[in-house]
Design a binder for this molecule. Structure first.
Ligand code: HEM
Length: 413
């Protein structure tokens, strides 16, 4: 059996191929398999993955028992992380956040995303003939998505870089091939990070409670459902979750979209001629190269899944990237085809009660980032031997460094 951890040492293209081949092989054997890691079951089929995501009573998302007793700060921040809790608390927390993070808030961010994308592209150094090189993730997508999240929360501009640091540290915390529960030392290391981030955010929350502004922290502080509002530590947890969920996957998605177009010149030409196709492109990239390739749940009770008995307490690893390659749902799944028409059935943003709250923002950011790139440059070519780096975790699929050669349009429209 392939050692998943070993894959991370491979160059990006071999690694992607080896990883997807691995998923295809495992799925061909069975949709649901007991892992060789104790207490873990792996799910490779689309229908079985959707079954787990849709049944939150049997498959719980509450992993809070992993937090050591004495890591109380981490535990109280985790209270605000409603991704990691079950109803009824999840329902209430999600509703409180949804009241603050409305479609209008996302719509109002659109000009901010536009402006930030343009500013970042202004910083690209070009020679006299208009050509240059730029790292489209580290120098564009990553600062773009980090600044947008920071802006959303009203974080002062000089502190925006903190978001990148927190997101990277929080996401890099688990060993590459680890499918089961995070070990205690990893949780303790996270504790140190959470302590310093919490101290910073608590100051900001106190300030916004005293002097509300037009930002998400102020809105979260004021949101109320059935007479209940969010405590300071819960708001810290919500921000932490948005930092983890809202920055890295979106920046990886922008990078993967550029890579997908780069390797499919006909589609690239089609999109250049019609930017209206960008939403379709983004959906197909989400299916073909989902930024988060796996999800997880804990079996709250014994269950039947794909003909297998899953014991209560088992960790269930859902390979979203494998579900997206299930031929029963996606014929010729390996092909990148923006016209396949059924892409929206992908589950890159999850399914059910934990469906990604930031999906409209991620879609908008990617569309605008691509559109800004195509408007600015008539040539965008990934430098395949130029030091492309993928995210080290096997749970994240896509580039964190993406050098590209660009050439500015001579007559801007
Ligand atoms: C391409 C980018 C993104 C991807 C691929 C992605 C993926 C996901 C997935 C798979 C889940 C469900 C996890 C589960 O069921 O266990 C999720 C949940 C969530 N995402 Fe995203 N996400 C992205 C961007 C964002 C952004 C930009 C934000 C915020 C601004 C965000 C906020 C959230 C939140 C708050 C949840 C938890 C929802 C709940 O538990 O009710 N995500 N995301």
């Amino acid at each position: 059996m392939t050692d998943l951890a070993a894959l991370t040492g491979l160059p990006f293209d071999l690694r992607t191929k080896a990883f997807l081949d691995y998923l295809d092989r495992r799925r061909a054997q069975s949709a649901v398999v007991r892992s060789d890691q104790p207490g873990v079951w792996e799910v490779f089929g689309y229908d079985e993955t959707v079954q787990v995501l849709g049944d939150h009573e049997t498959f719980s998302n509450d992993m809070n028992d992993l937090i050591p007793e004495d890591e109380r700060e981490l535990a109280s921040a985790a209270q605000g992380n409603f991704l990691g809790i079950d109803p009824p608390r999840h329902t209430q927390m999600r509703e409180l956040v949804r009241r603050a993070f409305t479609p209008r808030v996302v719509a109002d961010l659109e000009p901010v995303v536009e402006r930030t994308a343009e500013q970042l592209l202004d910083e690209v150094e070009l020679s006299a003939d208009g050509s240059g090189t730029v790292d489209l993730v580290a120098g564009f997508a990553s600062p773009l998505t980090a600044r947008v999240i920071a802006k959303l929360f009203g974080i002062p501009e000089q502190d925006h870089v903190l978001f990148t640091i927190w997101a990277d540290a929080l996401l890099g915390a688990r060993p590459a091939g680890e499918l089961g529960k995070a070990d205690e030392s990893a949780v303790r290391e996270l504790g140190d990070l959470v302590r310093s981030a919490s101290a910073y955010l608590l100051d900001l929350i106190h300030e916004r409670r005293a002097h509300p502004r037009d930002d998400l922290i102020s809105a979260l502080a004021q949101a109320e459902v059935d007479g209940r509002s969010l405590g300071d530590h819960e708001i810290v947890g919500v921000i932490g979750m948005f930092v983890i969920a809202g920055h890295l996957p979106s920046s990886v998605l922008i990078g993967s979209t550029v890579m997908a177009l780069d390797t499919h010149p006909d589609t690239f030409a089609e999109v250049r001629a019609d930017h209206g196709l960008l939403p379709q492109v983004v959906e197909e990239v989400l299916r073909w190269r989902p930024p988060l390739v796996r999800d997880q749940r804990v079996a709250a009770r014994e269950a039947e899944l794909g003909g297998e008995r899953i014991p209560a307490g088992a960790m269930v690893c859902l390979w979203l990237a494998s579900a997206h390659r299930d031929a029963a749902r996606f014929p010729q799944a390996d092909a990148f085809d923006i016209h396949r028409g059924n892409q929206t059935r992908h589950i890159a943003f999850g399914r059910g009660i934990h469906f990604c709250l930031g999906a409209p923002l991620a879609r908008m950011e990617t569309r605008i980032a691509l559109s800004a790139l195509l408007r600015r440059f008539d040539r965008v070519e990934v430098l395949r031997d130029g030091g492309i780096q993928f995210h080290p975790s096997i749970g994240v699929l896509g580039p964190v460094r993406l050098p590209a050669a660009v050439h500015a349009r001579t007559s801007s429209a």
